[in-house]
Design a protein. Structure first.
Length: 385
């Protein structure tokens, strides 16, 4: 029986550990190893993420390292590793993925103690294999890896690093350039959100529960996440230690086309909608990112008129938060600050959330209405609402 935290009335997040211990946490995950995006031009994408988000050079694979089919740049900031990959062959699977979806997340790689065991356990519970267990090595040791399919064309790789002491991965060399913009304070991936078609949310929530041993942390229905025009539903799935959290969204019936439907239309199917990255100083992070050209959703000034009543006392200056468009929400454990970028490519698909947690374990439910009205304003400008 997989624990469902959403069924606990007035659930207190400090009690989550007791519930997680009852979950089928048969797949210990140590964290997110890396996220791989397929992109049209990895060199230019790497420059963007360095300039705009403050990522740093880490590793490179391409013609110079013996890779004949693709090139990959790996960037790092805090515990976050982004791999940006571009194919050389227009008939390759990567090129076909790009042609269908545009730039977007292909691989969510998970750091595990035993990649072979992770594969056997998940496949035996119904996962579709993507990469059979294999061992790759170089002078720095070996990495064992495997992989399974999840929603749409997205996949999970299981990465076992305990016997590898190199920079990143066999076949990669150090990425060294003369361009080093300062970091913006990003620390780790807080959660990653998947958008799926109408009627598929429960299927994929069950997948993470039954195949990967996750627990349903919280459920939001169309009454929680709705405006006058659009609505969606979401289930947040979390692994046993809480390091990996995957909200799964599906559209709900509304007067107009929801952001989930817009995503599905332009991405041509289910996929990763946004990556939430954590910071310890969101004011610094956002002020830096805005200076570097990152565009964020507009939050109307009237939003801040009721923040004090709704959230109570916070350490930050409200006028400063208003200046930068940072939203605030509170749960029984504390409060959080968050803001959302506009899509980071021309298709209105992938975007980023910047979040700072001051004790809160939740996902900003009190901000949903303002956030979705902001998204709807952008949809109206695009003519897709």
């Amino acid at each position: 029986m997989v624990a469902d935290l959403s069924s606990v009335k007035n659930f207190n997040y400090s009690e989550s550990r007791k519930v997680f211990e009852k979950a089928q946490d048969f797949l210990p995950i140590n964290g997110t190893d890396y996220v791989e995006l397929y992109v049209g031009n990895a060199k230019q994408a790497a420059h963007y993420y360095k300039t705009a988000f403050g990522f740093q050079d880490l590793a490179y694979s391409g013609l110079e390292t013996g890779s004949r089919d693709k090139t990959s740049y790996v960037l790092q900031q805090g515990k976050i590793r982004l791999m940006l990959t571009t194919p050389f062959d227009s008939d390759s699977d990567i090129a076909k993925h790009l042609n269908k979806h545009g730039d977007g997340v292909k691989v969510i790689a998970l750091w595990v103690d035993d990649a072979y065991d992770a594969f056997e356990k998940t496949v035996s519970r119904g996962a579709t294999p993507y990469l059979s267990p294999e061992t790759v090595g170089d002078k720095h040791g070996i990495i064992r890896r495997s992989g399974i399919h999840t929603y749409g064309d997205t996949v999970h790789l299981f990465i076992e690093r305990k016997n590898y002491h190199g920079l990143f991965f066999p076949g990669f060399e150090a990425l060294e350039t003369e361009y080093h913009p300062i970091p913006t304070g990003l620390k780790y991936i807080d959660h990653m959100v998947g958008n799926v078609e109408l009627g598929a949310m429960n299927k994929w929530a069950d997948f993470y529960a039954n195949v990967m041993g996750f627990a349903n942390l919280v459920t939001f229905d169309d009454k929680d996440i709705s405006t006058e025009y659009t609505a969606l539903m979401s289930k947040v799935m979390s692994n046993g230690n809480g390091y990996i959290k995957f909200p799964i969204n599906e559209p709900a019936i509304g007067k107009k086309k929801s952001q989930i439907e817009e995503y599905l239309d332009f991405y041509k199917g289910p996929g990763c909608q946004h990556i939430a990255v954590a910071t310890d100083d969101i004011v610094f992070t956002i002020s830096e990112m805005r200076k570097r050209g990152v565009e964020f959703l507009y939050v109307p000034g009237s939003y801040y008129d009721t923040v004090g009543e709704r959230v109570g006392i916070i350490e930050e200056d409200l006028e400063t938060l208003k200046k930068w468009g940072i939203m605030v929400d509170r749960d029984e454990e504390g409060y959080l600050l968050q803001i959302f970028t506009k899509p980071v490519e021309d298709r209105p698909t992938l975007f980023f959330e910047i979040i700072q947690r001051k004790g809160a374990k939740s996902f900003g439910k009190g901000n949903f209405k303002a956030l979705f009205e902001s998204i709807e304003a952008e949809q109206a400008r695009r003519g897709t609402l």
